[in-house]
Design a protein around this ligand. Structure first.
Ligand SMILES: [Cu+2]
Length: 485
């Protein structure tokens, strides 16, 4: 067991730049040697058996994929010991929680690294209630054995003080690809998001393409193997259900950069929460779409007996493993798949009908531009003409505590960007050119050549990181740091 002095020494290896460090440090120090951790996470290289003939070596939490489901209680302080058995510094980010910078798990915010072959004890008060997750937050750059390309992903469920519970059973699903490799010009699904491309943004994108020194596009990352809960479709246990059962699925897209989709032939999903936050208008939808790091909680009423594939709409991805079998009691035969009709994913559907968000105190605008192959063959990303510097990690945007900020993002690229804000949630204000209100999220997909607007209230002082959740984008400029005045 590591002693307090060693622990503090590790903490001192890196400068603490968070402005709200004292409270968190006090919490950490309270978690003395005598106290037993509520959870222990051990980061180490291990094997994930996706199928008998597909065993991959990667970095895992507690030698399993996904990492263990951590159940916290809202408002009840939790102590987690994190051991790093690898040769490189690590960070565990508690995605979707409103916790101090010391424990949030982002170096840009000043969270200390967990040193190689060292450990760090962290303590925080989990909030808000709902479906969250944890994942590594280190830079991968061109190293596909680092960052979220590895198996460092696990679900978190923060139990609310009052659980509504209009379901019979919960099932957690983590979507994840393995065996990444670089390619040129890989394409992902593009036409599923509601809204239309904006002409002015297309022109801006074309201008950037014309100005680029490199005439080819930069590297993209593709994957050989796909899995749900660490098993390729057809391997692992099916989800066994009974007719009439209401199953609450908590789906997490744990990818490093892919967009995922799910359909279950003959069934609909009643979406009850997005990113763990209950929606104002639960709706039945035939298909779920999840950008990187998004979560959807949806109830499926099991009213269509048979043996079915709950799978990704992309035939390639499903055939390489992105699916899981749903088997009704007493049903037999080969799992069936039918492709659903095309369906536009529209966040506004789950908002408050006719609702309007509160007026912002301030508005900030961000234009996102891609610079083809500008960084040794990798695309570089700029926000308002600036790529985030990992050297200086300088906060570019200042906020005042208590104020409401409207952020408007204009995407001058053809890529879909899952935009993520740390330590705060935000309310969607306009998406796919449609006004909306009441949808609270921490990741939102911004369509190619589209705009999105969301509001956040500056209610959690300290450095606050904003970035695209595509590892390949965030590592090459697509980040910004907010600080409180
Ligand atoms: Cu992106």
């Amino acid at each position: 067991m590591i002693d307090r002095r060693t622990l503090l020494a590790y903490g001192a290896m890196l400068p603490l730049v968070g402005s709200d460090s004292s409270a968190a440090r006090a919490a950490e120090q309270e978690a003395g040697d005598q106290e037993k951790a509520d959870y222990t996470l051990r980061i180490a290289t291990g094997l994930a058996e996706l199928a008998p003939d597909h065993i991959v070596s990667t970095t895992l939490y507690n030698n399993q994929f996904p990492g263990p489901l951590l159940r916290f209680k809202e408002g009840q302080r939790t102590v987690v010991d994190v051991y790093n058995d690898t040769d490189t510094p690590e960070l565990v980010h508690w995605h979707g929680q409103m916790i101090p910078t010391e424990v949030d798990g982002a170096a840009e915010e000043g969270t200390p690294y967990i040193p190689p072959h060292g450990m760090r004890r962290i303590a925080f008060v989990p909030k808000p209630a709902g479906f969250r997750f944890y994942h590594t937050h280190v830079v991968a750059g061109g190293d596909l054995n680092r960052g979220t390309y590895t198996g460092q992903v696990g679900p978190v469920y923060i139990e609310p003080k009052n659980e509504p519970g209009a379901y019979d059973r919960e099932v957690f699903l983590v979507l994840k690809e393995f065996e990444p490799s670089f390619s040129r010009g890989g394409d992902m699904a593009m036409d599923f998001l509601a809204g239309e491309p904006i002409k002015e943004l297309k022109e801006l994108g074309k201008k950037s393409d014309d100005e680029a020194q490199e005439k080819t596009k930069g590297y993209e990352v593709g994957y050989d193997l796909f899995s749900i809960n660490g098993k390729m479709l057809g391997h692992g246990e099916p989800i066994r259900v009974k007719q009439g059962e209401r199953v609450l699925f908590h789906v997490l897209n744990g990818s490093a950069g892919e967009i995922g989709s799910l359909a279950l032939p003959g069934h609909v999903f009643k979406v009850v929460a997005l990113d763990g936050n209950p929606v104002t208008t639960p709706r039945d939808v035939p298909v779920l779409w999840l950008g990187t790091a998004e979560r959807i909680s949806a109830i499926v009423e099991m009213d269509h007996p048979g043996v079915w594939i709950l799978g990704d709409l992309a035939d390639d991805d499903r055939k390489r493993g992105m699916g899981i079998v749903v088997e009704y009691a007493g049903a037999k035969g080969k799992p069936q798949w039918t492709k659903p009709k095309p369906y536009k994913w529209d966040y506004a559907l789950f908002g408050k009908p006719g609702g309007a968000p509160a007026n912002p105190d301030e508005t900030m605008e961000f234009t996102i531009v891609k610079h083809n192959a500008a960084l040794n063959g990798f695309n570089q990303w700029t926000l308002n003409g600036k790529a985030f510097s990992m050297e200086t990690m300088k906060p570019m945007y200042m906020v005042h505590e208590g104020r409401r900020y409207r952020l408007k993002f204009r995407n001058a690229s053809d890529d879909i960007h899952p935009l993520h804000l740390h330590r705060h949630s935000f309310e969607l204000v306009r998406v796919g050119s449609k006004p909306t209100a009441g949808v609270l999220k921490d990741v939102v997909m911004l369509g190619g050549f589209q705009e999105v607007e969301f509001d956040f209230v500056a209610d959690n002082p300290g450095l606050t990181l904003f970035h695209c959740h595509q590892q390949l984008h965030m590592d090459f400029g697509f980040m910004a740091l907010f600080d409180y005045v």
